[in-house]
Design a protein around this ligand. Structure first.
Ligand code: CUA
Length: 327
């Protein structure tokens, strides 16, 4: 008994308290469809399992003399239990699956987001608004958004358990899925297809905003992108950081809109300071973490493609001061 309590404790401890990554806490129509199918299958499978246990117990009853009396209809057992009941159960599951599948088809959408999987981060484009970010998607609550999925290298899989099922991201192919949320909130998405050594550290967040807030977010990003080249004259540290950005090679891999940095190997940094996480959901985006990440990216996420840059502490502070202006 004590052992089973221990197992239950382990199971419960494994559940996130905020349910930000849980298919059993649906927050959108697609996830609701899948959640009810999941509960239906759990109920049916549990009933079948218990029924099989009862029959097995009867079959191996040690003393035939003490065996309970044969239940009625036992002569036609194979016909009833093996064909009629099994057939009915499979039919119910088939119909339920078809109903859910219908509910998952792509609805009419006003917005499109293109997501490109990389080892091991997510490139996020808003083609209609000319915004490029990384590792997070912002969507308006109550409005379905079309998501176009691509991959730059190997097969990844896009999954937001609270909102939608998995869709593979395949090199050379554009797959489509959609996201819709009934409520505002932040939901986590993991990569759901093994894609190399840092597969487990390839996550993103979906930030669901009210429609007004979403429009505001878009407008703010566009205004910020237009101003990224401006570093205040009196901010010497940030001025120095900008110089380092272009002399130490950061610009070769990371684009910043409106500047001469046009590299596309790594994430676009135009809105870096506005991002919630660093290194694809690994670290909260704080100046300290940004500094630690630039100082030793391989220590934080071994195998990733960002090399270590030879910068002393003062140079790191300057670079972070510059990057923190990129809103
Ligand atoms: Cu990308 Cu797993």
């Amino acid at each position: 008994m004590r052992r089973s309590f221990g197992l239950v404790g382990l199971f419960v401890a494994g559940c996130h308290s905020d349910h930000a990554q849980s298919a059993l806490h649906p927050a959108g129509p697609a996830a609701w469809e899948m959640a009810w199918l999941w509960w239906l299958l759990l109920a049916v499978c549990t009933a079948v399992f218990l029924w099989v246990l009862v029959l097995t117990t009867l079959a191996v009853w040690p003393n035939p003399e003490e065996r309970p009396p044969r239940p009625p209809l036992s002569e036609r057992f194979i016909l009833i239990s093996g064909i009629y009941i099994t057939g009915a159960i499979l039919l119910v599951i088939l119909v339920a699956s078809l109903v859910v599948q219908r509910g998952l088809s792509v609805p009419d959408t006003e917005h499109t987001i293109r997501v490109i999987g990389h080892q091991w981060w997510w490139e996020v484009h808003y083609p209609d608004d000319n915004i490029v970010i990384a590792n997070e998607l912002h969507i308006p609550a109550g409005r379905p958004v079309l998501i176009e999925l691509e991959s730059a290298d190997v097969i990844h899989s896009f999954w937001v358990p609270n909102l939608q099922g998995k869709t593979d991201m395949i090199p050379g192919l554009i797959n489509r899925t959609w996201l819709a949320s009934d409520r505002e909130g932040v939901f986590r998405g993991p990569c759901a297809e093994y894609c190399g050594v840092q597969h487990a550290l390839m996550a993103f967040e979906v930030v669901v905003r009210s429609p007004e807030d979403y429009e505001q977010w878009i407008a703010q990003r566009q205004a910020a992108a237009a101003a990224t080249a401006d570093v205040p004259e009196d901010d010497e540290l940030a001025q120095r950081g900008r110089e380092l950005y272009f002399t130490r090679g950061c610009n070769n891999c990371h684009r910043i809109a409106g500047t001469a940095a046009v590299g596309v190997r790594g994430p676009d940094l135009t809105h870096l300071a506005n991002r919630r996480t660093l290194a694809a959901g690994v670290l909260p985006n704080t100046p300290q973490n940004l500094k630690a990440w630039i100082a030793d990216p391989q220590g934080i996420k071994p195998g990733n493609l960002m090399p270590r840059t030879q910068l002393d502490d003062e140079e790191l502070r300057a670079l972070v001061a510059y990057l923190n202006q990129l809103n």
